[in-house]
Design a protein around this ligand. Sequence first.
Ligand SMILES: Cc1cc2nc3c(=O)[nH]c(=O)nc-3n(C[C@H](O)[C@H](O)[C@H](O)COP(=O)(O)O)c2cc1C
Length: 418
Amino acid sequence: MAQSSTDLMTKPTWGLKGKHILVAISAGVAAYKSCMLVRDLIRAGAEIKIVMTEAARAFVSAETFQALTGEAVYTDLWDDRVHHRMAHIELGRWADAILIAPASANLMARLAHGICNDLISTLCLARPRERCPLLIAPAMNREMWSHPATQRNAQALQDDGAILLGPDRGDQACGETGDGRMLEPAELFEALDHALSPKALLGRHCVVTAGPTFEAIDPVRGITNRSSGKMGFAIAQAASQAGASVELVAGPVSLATPWQVRRYDVVSATEMLAAVDLAINRIPLHEIERSIFISVAAVADWRPEVIAKQKIKKLAGDTPPNLRFTENPDILASVAARQPRPYCVGFAAESELLREHGEAKRKKKNIPLIAANIGHETFGQDLNQLLLLDERGEHPLPLASKQALARQLIEAIADRLS
Ligand SMILES: Cc1cc2nc3c(=O)[nH]c(=O)nc-3n(C[C@H](O)[C@H](O)[C@H](O)COP(=O)(O)O)c2cc1C
């Protein structure tokens, strides 16, 4: 599940600030969720105009959206607020993106067939398609959604270039359970941010590792570290927003998977290496050198030599078990040793002497770029600061949210690749 809309208040976005977003509301029960979405988009610095179908006003009043946006809602093809009464042209010209949420089965059918019998259907057809994406968030009863007519329309809309968001599966207002629920406001927010972010890594593959590893001692105990995965997940999200096709190999953490990112959950360092190898092997050979590997996970250096099959019992008078350790595989070094290899970026979690230790690690692993940070100050936190080290020297990224730093890191990588 994505984060709550309250969390979003503090999150910087890449694609939304200053953007013109036309939110179109059709007649579905989920229309109430779009009120929260609109509030979050405005808080993120987007400019919002609302268009509603006539029937949508039976679910949420136009006055609610007017109060949220500070502007009267558009419902009428003949709206005389607009130059030459051409709202269907002017609104599309104004918009950087159009989001229909909720999209009723009826509206989807009209859009799929190019029927222009109200303001929303007409302006969607008239929008400048090459620069104004159309995002559609269906919301309906599961029978309506699974009906072949709706499925045909959904496919036709995607074939025409629309981005379909969901629907989700779950409880429905009609009392049934199944596919057809509109995505939550936080997910729609992330999808819009994603669609409108600059695409500096378009067409590249990116594999990211994140979180800690857990090295078992026996069936109930193990050794891990305090990495939360927040930095790695933020980087996977930023790389995906920048247009890369991202595979995220995650140690044991309970974070939401970023939008459009494929995630593989692993536990130990050995499993993480196997998942990374699989992910890189899936990249076509001729694209490997254009691809990126970002090793953010705090991989345990050692694991217990033997994993006890049963819980090691504490018996009265016994001395504590004498654990013996063996070295874990070095995932970053093994990817860096491939031929051909992706552009490799490492992370160094140090406790002191960032530049010296970071640069020594960069050279030892034979990688072009490393991001050094103070491990114990950042593990689990929302903020961080990074020192980027490459052959040109050091480039500090001052204290900021992990999302903001992730975007700066992705921009730095894109610069070096271009
Ligand atoms: C109480 C009620 C709830 C409805 N909920 C939905 C819905 O969630 N999704 C949907 O596609 N249609 C739903 N409908 C049907 C649409 O409101 C109806 O098809 C309407 O004509 C759509 O108009 P529009 O597409 O112009 O907004 C519902 C109808 C009623 C009476």
